[in-house]
Design a protein around this ligand. Structure first.
Ligand code: HEC
Ligand code: HEC
Length: 204
């Protein structure tokens, strides 16, 4: 009897090990399916992911991995936003991947910086504010603001300054939680946030 139980146990164990060794297929989104699912999003984010006003972020050209992550964060309320919770809470994991594939393949429309803010904005973007311990944005988001997909550093280039400023303030207050960005924003001066947000809108 004891031997039988042991036998059953060991075969169970070896099954578990084999299952764990099978490489998991990387989940993938279907951009065409995503387009069909994006109708409900278009009113705010634009039919092609370029929104009409700075109250709504552009999604066009954003990394798929980052978009899918944020949708999951809205759904779990890890990123607490009442408006997006309503839309994200009804999405399945596959819906999120499909929508992410659709928007990431769209071309972002270039924006412009306010000329009087561009010089200080560029300084903060490229070098941070060493006196206050603010890291250079370029170190993670790249010299052209395109981010790094594999590291889930989002693309910022061309994003509305209004939206960027809102997010920097949310990271500073802790309303939006991310260890890296909370550390960057906590010591930033309000004027520098405004300048760098404007510079980012002009990045392409
Ligand atoms: C009624 C307007 C509205 C609709 C419709 C809407 N969103 Fe949003 N979305 C917003 C707002 C506002 C934000 C910014 C939230 C914040 O400040 O955290 C946002 C943020 C996002 C973000 C995060 C972007 C980033 O750069 O971090 C993603 C991704 C997103 N929305 C995807 C979608 C998708 C996909 C749909 C459709 C299923 C959708 N949204 C529908 C208003 C909307
Ligand atoms: C150490 C790496 C790092 C540095 C340095 C950094 N960021 Fe980020 N940033 C990130 C990561 C990671 C995220 C995604 C965080 C999340 O999921 O909320 C992010 C997100 C953001 C977002 C939100 C984007 C969106 O679409 O919602 C903005 C805006 C931003 N960063 C601006 C900046 C600015 C401005 C600076 C420089 C003052 C900067 N970052 C420096 C890593 C970094």
């Amino acid at each position: 009897m004891k031997q039988l139980v042991l036998l059953a146990l060991s075969s169970l164990l070896s099954f578990a090990v084999t299952a764990a060794e099978v490489p998991e297929l990387a989940p993938e989104g279907d951009a065409a399916a995503g387009e069909a699912k994006s109708m409900v999003c278009a009113g705010c984010h634009g039919a092609d992911g370029n929104s009409a006003t700075g109250g709504f972020p552009n999604l066009a050209g954003q990394h798929a991995s980052y978009i899918a992550d944020q949708l999951a964060n809205f759904k779990s309320k890890e990123r607490d936003n009442a408006m997006m919770y309503g839309f994200a809470s009804v999405l399945s994991d596959q819906d999120m991947l499909d929508l992410a594939a659709f928007y990431s393949a769209k071309a972002p429309k270039p924006g412009v910086a306010q000329p009087e803010l561009a010089a200080r904005g560029e300084q903060v973007y490229r070098f941070g504010d060493p006196d206050r311990g603010v890291a250079a944005c370029a170190a993670c988001h790249g010299p052209q603001g395109k981010g790094v997909a594999s590291a889930k550093f989002p693309s910022l280039a061309g994003q509305w300054a209004e939206y960027t400023l809102t997010q920097l303030n949310s990271y500073k207050s802790g309303a939006r939680q991310n260890a890296m960005m909370n550390g960057v924003a906590v010591n930033m001066r309000a004027a520098d946030m405004e300048a760098v947000a404007s510079y980012i809108q002009g990045l392409r």
